[in-house]
Design a protein around this ligand. Structure first.
Ligand code: ADP
Ligand code: MG
Length: 448
C-alpha cells in the first residue's frame, strides 16, 4: 500500500473536528415496504443526517434496524418513501457519480480476475482501455493487492477478496464511500488487519474519499473507526442517539476512555428495553431466534459466583466471546420471558431467573411453559388454537400468515421458528417438520 491518490481538493485531516462542509444530507427519510396483508412495514422513520467532509460516520444498530436500507437509499439503489437525500446541493435520483459502496458479501464476479473485477466498473464509463488499466492497477496497488492482479476470486482468502471489494469501490474515485458491514464476514484477525489498513490509508490521505458512512452492528468497531456514531432503534429504524468519538487515530481499544465510551453506548442501546413489566407484547411481536440451550446457559452464567445475578453487558459479551448481535437477542429473550431485566447496559436476573438456575430440568420446563403462556401472546395463541381444534393439530402456515400481518416475511419465519423451538422445550406443543403442522401430541420418542 504505497501509491498515493492525488487529492483534488484540500481535505481536513481525519481526527480534526469535522468541518461545517456538508457533502451529503439525509432529510426526513422514511421508507416503508408493502406487504401482502395489513399495514406496510415501516423500516425507517424521520431519519436525518449530515455527512461532513473528513469524517467517518457509523450507523450502528441491531440487525433489522434499517441500516442497510438507509445505505441503499444513499447509494441511489432504492428510493425513500418520503424525505430526500441531498448530494452536492441536489436531490439524489438514482446512483450518483462520486458515491461508491463496499458490500459485506464482497460481490465479486467469480469468472473475472482481480484486475478485471476492478476494471469492470470503469468500463461502464467508457474510458479508453489504457486509462482503465492504469487506474485499476493503481487501486490494486493502494489497497495492498499488488501481485494478485491476475488471480481469480476463488484463489483468494476472504480478506483478500474484500480488498478487491475495496479496490472496486476506490477505482471509481468516489468522494463518499458507503460500507455495509464490510468486515463482518471476515475472521477476527483479518477484520482487524483490514480496519487498520483502511484507517492508515485514510489518515494518511491516500484515499480519494472525503467521507465515509459505515454500517455496523459492532459497537467496538464503531468506536474504533468512526468520528460520529448514529445509534438506530428498530421497528421502525430511527436515530435514537448521536455520539461523538473524540479520540485521534490510531485508537487503543484498551484505553480506559475507549472502554468507557463502549460502555456508554451499550447503555444507550439497552435503555429502550428497560420498560419493565408494563410492556404488553402482541401476537405479532418479533421473537429473537435464540435456543433454549443458550438461554439456560446465560441464566446459569449470570447466577454463578462470578456474576452473582448481575453483569455488565460489554464485560459479559467479552467473557463469553459474543458480539452485540448475539448477546442482545439472548438477553432480550430472557427479559421477554421474565427471567432477567435489562437496564443501562446491565443484565440482571429476576427472582424467577435465579429459581430457574437452581431448578432441575423438569421444573425448569414447567416454569418455562408457564412463562411462555403468560408473557408470549403468540405461544398462548398457538396453544389455545390447538386446544380447541379437534385432533389438536394446526398447520404452521396458518400462524405464519397471521404473523405476516405484523412482520416482514423473514421476521415472521424467524419468530415462528423461535416459538416452535421454545414450545418444544417447554413441552407446550410439538411440531411435525414433515407435515409442517403444530400439535399437542408428543412424538413417540419424547412421549415416555
Ligand atoms: P439492517 O441492515 O439494520 O439489519 P435492513 O435495512 O436490512 O436492516 O432491514 C430492515 C427491515 O426491513 C427488516 O425487517 C427487513 O426484513 C426489511 N426489509 C428490507 N428490505 C426489504 C424489502 N425489499 N422488502 C420487504 N422488507 C424489507
Ligand atoms: Mg444490514
Amino acid at each position: 500500500m504505497n501509491d498515493e491518490y492525488k487529492q483534488s481538493a484540500p481535505m481536513a485531516a481525519p481526527g480534526d473536528p469535522p468541518l461545517a462542509d456538508t457533502v451529503l444530507e439525509v432529510r426526513g427519510v422514511r421508507r416503508a415496504f408493502k406487504r401482502p396483508h395489513g399495514e406496510p412495514l415501516v423500516v425507517l422513520e424521520s431519519v436525518n443526517l449530515n455527512l461532513h467532509k473528513g469524517e467517518i460516520i457509523g450507523l450502528l444498530g441491531r440487525s433489522g434496524s434499517g441500516k442497510s436500507t438507509l445505505l441503499r437509499i444513499v447509494a441511489g439503489l432504492i428510493k425513500a418513501s418520503d424525505g430526500e437525500v441531498i448530494y452536492r446541493g441536489e436531490p439524489l435520483h438514482g446512483p450518483a457519480e462520486g458515491i461508491s459502496m463496499v458490500f459485506q458479501s464482497f460481490a465479486l464476479f467469480p469468472w473475472l480476475t482481480v484486475l478485471q473485477n476492478v476494471e469492470a466498473g470503469l468500463e461502464a464509463q467508457g474510458l479508453p482501455p489504457d486509462e482503465i488499466r492504469e487506474q485499476a492497477l493503481r487501486a490494486i496497488d493502494v489497497i495492498g493487492l499488488d501481485g494478485f492482479a491476475n488471480a481469480y476470486p476463488r484463489e483468494l482468502s476472504g480478506g483478500m477478496r474484500q480488498r478487491v471489494g475495496f479496490a472496486r469501490a476506490l477505482v471509481m474515485n468516489p468522494s463518499i464511500l458507503l460500507m455495509d458491514e464490510p468486515f463482518s464476514a471476515l475472521d477476527v484477525l483479518t477484520a482487524e488487519t483490514l480496519r487498520t489498513d483502511f484507517l492508515d490509508l485514510w489518515t494518511e490521505n491516500k484515499l480519494p474519499i472525503q467521507s465515509v458512512l459505515l454500517v455496523t452492528h459492532n459497537i467496538e468497531e464503531a468506536v474504533f473507526m468512526c468520528d460520529r456514531i448514529l445509534v438506530f432503534s428498530a421497528n421502525p429504524g430511527r436515530v435514537v442517539a448521536e455520539i461523538k468519538v473524540p479520540f485521534k487515530h490510531p485508537r487503543n481499544r484498551l484505553d480506559p476512555r475507549f472502554r468507557q465510551l463502549v460502555d456508554d453506548i451499550y447503555s444507550r442501546m439497552t435503555v429502550r428495553h428497560a420498560t419493565g413489566k408494563a410492556t404488553v407484547l402482541s401476537i405479532g411481536e418479533r421473537l429473537p431466534e435464540v435456543s433454549t440451550n443458550l438461554m439456560a446457559g446465560l441464566i446459569e452464567t449470570l447466577a454463578s459466583e462470578t456474576y452473582k445475578g448481575r453483569a455488565d453487558m460489554p464485560a459479559l459479551a467479552q467473557a463469553l466471546a459474543l458480539e452485540v448481535d448475539e448477546l442482545f437477542p439472548l438477553a432480550e429473550s430472557l427479559q421477554m420471558l421474565g427471567y432477567a431485566e435489562l437496564e443501562s447496559g446491565d443484565v440482571q436476573l429476576t427472582p424467577l431467573g435465579l429459581q430457574f438456575a437452581q431448578a432441575d430440568t423438569q421444573v425448569r420446563k414447567v416454569g418455562f411453559a408457564k412463562q411462555m403462556l403468560t408473557r408470549i401472546p403468540l405461544a398462548a395463541h398457538i396453544k389455545s388454537v390447538l386446544d380447541e381444534r379437534p385432533g389438536h393439530r394446526a398447520p404452521a402456515v396458518r400462524f405464519l400468515s397471521e404473523l405476516e400481518d405484523y412482520l416482514s416475511d423473514s421476521a415472521a419465519e424467524h419468530t415462528l421458528s423461535a416459538v416452535t423451538q421454545w414450545g418444544r422445550y417447554a413441552e407446550l406443543f410439538t411440531y411435525d417438520d414433515a407435515a409442517e403442522a403444530f400439535s399437542l401430541d408428543m412424538p413417540e420418542a419424547e412421549a415416555s
